[in-house]
Design a protein around this ligand. Sequence first.
Ligand SMILES: C[S@@+](CC[C@H](N)C(=O)[O-])C[C@H]1O[C@@H](n2cnc3c(N)ncnc32)[C@H](O)[C@@H]1O
Length: 318
Amino acid sequence: MSDWVEIAVRLPVAAQEAVSAWFLDRGATGVQEDYPGLFPGDGPVVSGDPAEWGGDAPQNPAPDVVLTAWLPPPANPEREAEALIAFLRELDAVVPGAGESPVEATPLPEQDWNSAWKASWQPLPVGQCLMICPSWTPRPDAPGRIFLCLDPGMAFGTGTHFTTGSCLEFVEDVMTAATAPIDVLDVGTGSGILAVAALLMGARSAHGLDMDPDAVEEARQNAERNDVQDRFTASVDPLNGREGAFGLVLANIMAQTILRLADPLVACVAPGGYLVTSGVLLCHEEEIRNTLESRGLAFQRARKDGTWVTCMWLRPAL
Ligand SMILES: C[S@@+](CC[C@H](N)C(=O)[O-])C[C@H]1O[C@@H](n2cnc3c(N)ncnc32)[C@H](O)[C@@H]1O
């Protein structure tokens, strides 16, 4: 099999558009942008008044962007690197510094990425009672566990990522302790994994929201796969706080989005109900805490790994 070439360059943001266009002209199947300053180790990226951000995108504190592109076979890493370096030298006249951008090109053996990913994702026990099972694998023997059969498609949410797994554990905590019917709001539902899990654990209803229409469709299909579609609704409508009062609100979305949506998120938590926040880097934990506590939520507990923190909050009963 012939090789693809993965080619990456770190350059001034001002050169980004020209170099992205150059990659696409050269046949790249995709160009990924990474902002070095947004990596967790680089510290907080937002501060101050959320009203000033004016949108979802956090500010990039670094002057650089890393572009990575994939060129289909037949492609030669040395030739591609040389061609890009020559282009960057020309571009230097317009964007000073572009000519010194470090370039790295490596061969990638051709493979069926989708099949490779599918083979690598295996049934996964989560918490005490759940078993996430890819829809294409046979169910393993797991007595006493509730099976959640899932095909995420292109949507986020397989259960393998800490932010999802830790939310699922909080869902289990809430559902096993519940003494009354629980309605769930899942903001940023992705594959629908959290909402479907809550329904399988006995939630009365779940409503998923996602800005991505494909995710909404995947979530609906996953609800059907698990035969909970009668209790599941999903929509692309933006959260406005008037969706209702829910015993459990789940928000595995970025810290910046949680901060921006703090008012409507809190408004949707019924008195005596819980909010679970996830997708939050450790460096944003305090900011999230201050914001939610100032709106009357009481911190309950957190689950952390070396990068992320997932928290559960209670809206005290009236
Ligand atoms: C990290 S994924 C979480 C998926 C799933 N809930 C899970 O826990 O694995 C975040 C999802 O939130 C969606 N999203 C991001 N910002 C949003 C917003 N402002 N409103 C609704 N959905 C949003 C994204 O499209 C994405 O599907």
